[in-house]
Design a protein around this ligand. Structure first.
Ligand code: GDP
Ligand code: ZN
Length: 333
């Protein structure tokens, strides 16, 4: 479903782009080179309704308006735009997205950011570990082909025993190949490891309120205030009218989208097969149960249950799979 929706959107965008190019072509007296020369590329770094702040490849920021027919633009979108007489610009096309991140608001999804390829999942070491909450995000990331990184922050508050408990919770994820980092903003530990994970990627931090996301962003982006000032100046909005999401360049290579309030993320309207396949240790077993319609609950010859018995899948992960599949059927209509 999600794929299908995306390709419909892409189709519409391509259509809109062609329409606009055709229009320019006519305006420029059929001189194609003149028509396309005015179309420039850019990156959306902040969104205020239909007003966007677009960054040009040389770093200059431009206030652009979004043509209604173009649809929506998100922070992180790559766009084609054209300068207007008043120094502003107009976005002609939003280019196809590699991923979309949404915040759930009740039963609705509010799209927040585009083209993320790395998801930094932040937990507070002080809050009890909940496997299904982590697995939900990991599955959502796998379905959108976003690489997750698990961060346990506030480790300064743990004693040795609690630290060992966290290591035990997280051992299965490490063995599955997920990067796991222990950080402390208070003691400034683990931050170089995090910086390395962000290098060369477009990342976003996700986690419940209070886990330390803004504190981590402060550490990662010493230039943050300068950027906020520049965005505010270009958009003509006060510094306190912040964009729902803002894209920052990291001091090293890579971008970070700061989208406060992003805490809920997971698979949305996908089949049970896609959920199961998003568990790397379960994926190779799919299709090998005795019954083709095996529900992997108590069927004889169930490959997943056998794998659980001999320790290749943990009971927690299998239970998460069932929970996430059940959640999909709850929201599938
Ligand atoms: P956010 O809601 O996820 O953005 O969380 P904040 O960054 O606002 O942090 C919430 C609280 O936790 C603040 O009082 C921070 O000072 C504190 N905090 C953040 N990181 C750490 C940490 O590593 N150790 C400790 N002890 N406190 C932290
Ligand atoms: Zn089975």
């Amino acid at each position: 479903m999600a794929r299908r929706r995306l390709s419909d959107q892409q189709h519409k965008r391509i259509q809109a782009r062609q329409d606009s190019l055709r229009q320019q072509h006519t305006d420029a007296g059929n001189d194609v080179t003149a028509a396309t020369a005015v179309e420039r590329s850019g990156l959306v770094i902040a969104v205020f309704g239909t007003a966007l702040v677009v960054e040009e490849p040389d770093g200059a920021l431009r206030h652009c308006k979004l043509r209604r027919a173009v649809g929506r633009a998100l922070c992180g979108d790559r766009v084609l735009w054209q300068p207007q007489g008043d120094g502003h610009g107009v976005v002609l096309t939003v280019l196809a997205r590699r991923s979309e991140l949404a915040r759930r608001e009740g039963t609705r999804r509010k799209l927040m950011a585009a083209n993320i390829d790395r998801l930094i999942i932040v937990f507070s070491a002080q809050i009890a570990f909940n496997a299904v909450n982590l697995d939900r995000i990991l599955v959502g990331a796998a379905i959108q082909d976003i690489e997750p990184v698990i961060v346990i922050n506030k480790v300064d508050l743990l004693d040795d025993e609690q630290r060992a408990q966290w290591q035990a919770h997280i051992a299965v994820y490490r063995s599955l190949g997920y990067p796991v980092l222990f950080t402390s903003v208070a003691q400034r530990t683990g931050l170089e490891g995090l910086t390395r994970q962000l290098d060369g990627h477009t990342s976003i931090l996700l986690g419940a309120s209070g886990v330390g996301k803004s504190s981590l962003v402060q550490c990662l982006l010493p230039q943050r205030d300068i950027r906020i000032g520049a965005v505010s100046e270009v958009s003509g909005r006060g510094r306190h009218t912040t964009s729902a999401a803002t894209l920052y360049h990291l001091p090293a290579d890579g971008d970070l989208i700061d989208a406060p309030g992003l805490s809920d993320f997971g698979p949305d309207h996908v089949t049970a097969e896609r959920i199961s396949a998003a568990f790397p240790e379960i994926r190779p077993l799919l299709g090998t149960c005795r019954f083709r319609d095996c529900a992997h609950r108590n069927e004889p010859g169930c490959a997943l249950l056998e794998a659980m018995q001999d320790g290749r899948i943990t009971a927690e992960r299998l239970s998460s799979m069932h929970t996430l599949i059940a959640e999909q059927s709850d929201t599938a209509h």
